[in-house]
Ligand binder design. Sequence first.
Ligand SMILES: *[C@@H]1O[C@H](CO)[C@@H](O)[C@H](O)[C@H]1NC(C)=O
Length: 382
Amino acid sequence: MLKSILILLVIWSQTNAGLHRDDVTEGTELIMSFLIHRHGDRTPVESTVSYSTDVEALEALTAPYGYGQLTLPGKRSAYRLGQHIRQRYNELLSPHYNRSEVYIRSTDITRTKMTILTALAAIYPPAGETWNPKLAWEPVPYTTVPVKYDFNMALNNCPVFDAAYQSQLFTSVPEVSAKMSNVLIALSNQLGFDITNRPALVFPIYDVYTSQRNLGLKLTPELEDIFGLIEEAASESIALIFGLDEYIPLQAGVLLKEFYTYADLAISGEDTPRLRLYSAHDFNVYSFEAVTKVNRQGVPKYASAYTLELRKVTSTGKYVVLPVYLPSPREEVVYLQVEGCDVLCDYDQFVALTEGNSRDIDSWRDECGFTEDLVVDGSSED
Ligand SMILES: *[C@@H]1O[C@H](CO)[C@@H](O)[C@H](O)[C@H]1NC(C)=O
C-alpha cells in the first residue's frame, strides 16, 4: 500500500514537472527578460487577399477595420498576452509603471502599437491611488522608431534581404513540395493555378486563411478538413523564406546584439530595465528563434511571444539563458533549447554559439545595401 502510494507520488510529480516545468527554473533567480511578441488577431493584409477562398466576402468583413488592423478578438488576445507578462514577470515589475524597470518598443505599425497598448492595460492595471477612479486604465508610454530605421523592419528597409525574400517566395524546392504534395494540390485546385512547385506560397495563403477564419468566414469544406495539414505545411513554408542561414543575421542580428548589450549591463549590476518588450510581427518572432538557434516553432500565432530569460543559478552564481516560447496566450509556455546547449544555457556559451548571427547596426545596414535615399512605405499594411 505504502509502496503504491509512493509510486503514485513519483508519477504525479513527474507529470507535474512535465506540465509546469518548475524543475527547470527552480534554484535560479530571474535577472532580465527580453521578450518579442506578435500582434493580436488582425484583418488580412492587402497583398494576400486575392488568395482567399471568398475574396468578396472577406473584403466586406475587412472594410470596417481596414487591411492589417487589429480586430476585437485581437484586442482580447493582446490583453491576455499582457496578463501572461504580468504573471510571469511580476517580480520584475512594480504595481505602477516605473521607467527604470521596463523598456517598451513597438514597430511603427498600427496593429503592433494597438497590441502593446492593450497588453500594457493588463500589465499595469490601476492599483492603489488612481488618477481617475472612473476609468480602469493607466497610461503607459512605449517608444517606436520610423520604419525606415527600425532593425525589426528588415522586410521594409533591408533591400538585400527583401530581394531574397521576393525571389524565395516563388522558388521551386522539389523535396519540400514532395512532403506536402496533397496540400499543394488542394490549394492549386482552389486557386485555379498551379502552385505545386511553389511550396513557399503556402505561408501567405495560410496567413490569409487564418485571418479569414478568425473573422468567422469558413474555408471550403474540403480545405477545412485539411486545415491541420495546411498549418503543418506552412511551418515548412516559412522556413523556406525566413529560415535561410545566409539571411537570418539580416532578419534579427541587431536584436540579438541588443540582447547581449543589456544582458551584459544587467550582469555587471548596472541600472538597466529588467524587462524589455518588443511588439512586432510573426516575421520577428520566427527570426529571433532562428538567430538564437532554438528548435523553431512553425508560424508564430497571433500574440505569441518568444523570450530570452537571463537567470542566475543561485548555488553557483553562474548566468544562464532560458528560451521560453508562449505559443499563444491561451496556452502554457514551452522551454526551447539552443542547438548544442543545455535548456539552461550557460550565458558565455550562448554568446559563443549564437554570435555569428549578431550584427551591430552599421554593419547590418551595410550588408543590407541600405542607403539614405531608400524610399520606405511608412504606412505599411503588409
Ligand atoms: C523606480 O525604480 C527605481 C529603480 O528600481 C527606484 O529607485 C525608484 O524609487 C522607483 N520609483 C518609484 C516612484 O517607485
